[in-house]
Ligand binder design. Structure first.
Ligand code: ADP
Length: 230
C-alpha cells in the first residue's frame, strides 16, 4: 500500500443490490474528487476482456452468488496501490464478506486510514422493482429505470441512441439469489462495523431522488445531522 496522509477517507457504500450504491458512488466521486471503486464493474471489465479472471467470475455471477474472496481481494489490493487513491476512495460492493472486511481493515490500519461506512437502507419491494426495471446503455454505461428514470424514447439511450440492455444478473431468479447472498454473507457485516467501532451512518434511501440522497449522505458524513464529521 502507498503511504497515505492521516486525513485520507475510505468511504464504504454499503447496502443490498439495488440500493443505489453505484449511482451514489458516481455522484460522490464528483463531489469529493476521489475515485469510485466498484468490484462489480471491475469483474464485468474482466468478463468483457474474456481473460481468466473474467471467465471464472462469469460462471459465478450468472448465478447471483459471490465470487471468491481471494479474487476480489487481489483486485482491490492492486487498485488501491494506484496513485489516484492516495487521497481517498469510495468502495462500492466491497467488502461483502467478513473475510473481505477483515482484510481491508488490516490493509488500512497499516496506513492509519479511517473507514467510514454509509449504509443505504431500502425496503425489499423497492429493491425488486428497481432491479427488474433497470436498463443500461452498453456504450456509455448510463443507468435508466423504467419507473423512476425512463429513457425519453423507449429502449434507447438519451445520450447516444444505443439500444439499452438488461444486465445479465437482473433476471428475477438471479435477483433473489443476490438478495439471499446479501442476507447471508453481507448484511452481518453491520455487526462487524459496530464491533470494531467504525463510523457507521444509516441513511434512508427509499423514495428519494439520487441528488436528494447525495445531500443526505453528505450531511451525515459532515456531521450536520448530529453525526460526527469525516
Ligand atoms: P449489486 O450490488 O447490484 O449486486 P455489483 O455490480 O456490486 O451489483 O455485483 C454484481 C456481482 O458481482 C455480485 O452478484 C457478485 O457475484 C460479484 N461481486 C461484486 N463484488 C463482489 C465482492 N466484493 N465479493 C464477491 N463477489 C462480488
Amino acid at each position: 500500500m502507498p503511504q497515505r496522509a492521516p486525513s485520507v477517507l475510505a468511504l464504504i457504500l454499503f447496502g443490498p443490490p439495488g440500493s443505489g450504491k453505484g449511482t451514489q458512488a458516481n455522484l460522490l466521486m464528483e463531489r469529493l474528487g476521489i475515485p469510485h471503486i466498484s468490484t462489480g464493474d471491475m469483474l464485468r471489465d474482466h468478463i468483457e476482456k474474456g481473460d481468466a479472471i473474467g471467465e471464472q467470475a462469469a460462471t459465478v455471477m450468472r448465478t447471483g452468488s459471490l465470487v471468491s474472496d481471494e479474487m476480489v481481494n487481489a483486485l482491490v489490493k492492486q487498485r488501491l496501490t494506484e496513485a489516484d487513491c492516495a487521497r481517498g476512495f469510495i468502495l462500492d460492493g466491497y467488502p461483502r464478506t467478513r473475510q473481505q472486511a477483515e482484510t481491508l481493515t488490516r490493509w488500512l490500519a497499516t496506513d492509519g486510514v479511517a473507514q467510514v461506512v454509509v449504509h443505504l437502507v431500502v425496503d425489499y419491494n423497492s429493491i425488486i422493482k428497481r432491479l427488474t426495471g433497470r436498463r443500461q446503455c452498453p456504450q456509455c454505461g448510463t443507468l435508466y429505470n423504467l419507473s423512476s428514470r425512463p429513457p425519453k424514447a423507449v429502449g434507447v439511450c438519451d445520450l447516444d441512441g444505443a439500444r439499452l440492455v438488461i444486465r445479465n444478473d437482473d433476471s428475477e431468479p438471479v435477483i433473489r439469489e443476490r438478495l439471499d447472498a446479501y442476507d447471508r454473507q453481507t448484511r452481518p457485516l453491520i455487526e462487524y462495523f459496530r464491533e470494531t467501532g467504525m463510523r457507521l451512518y444509516q441513511v434512508d434511501a427509499s423514495g428519494v431522488t439520487p441528488r436528494a440522497l447525495l445531500e443526505r449522505i453528505c450531511e451525515s458524513i459532515n456531521g450536520q445531522s448530529g453525526a460526527r464529521g469525516v
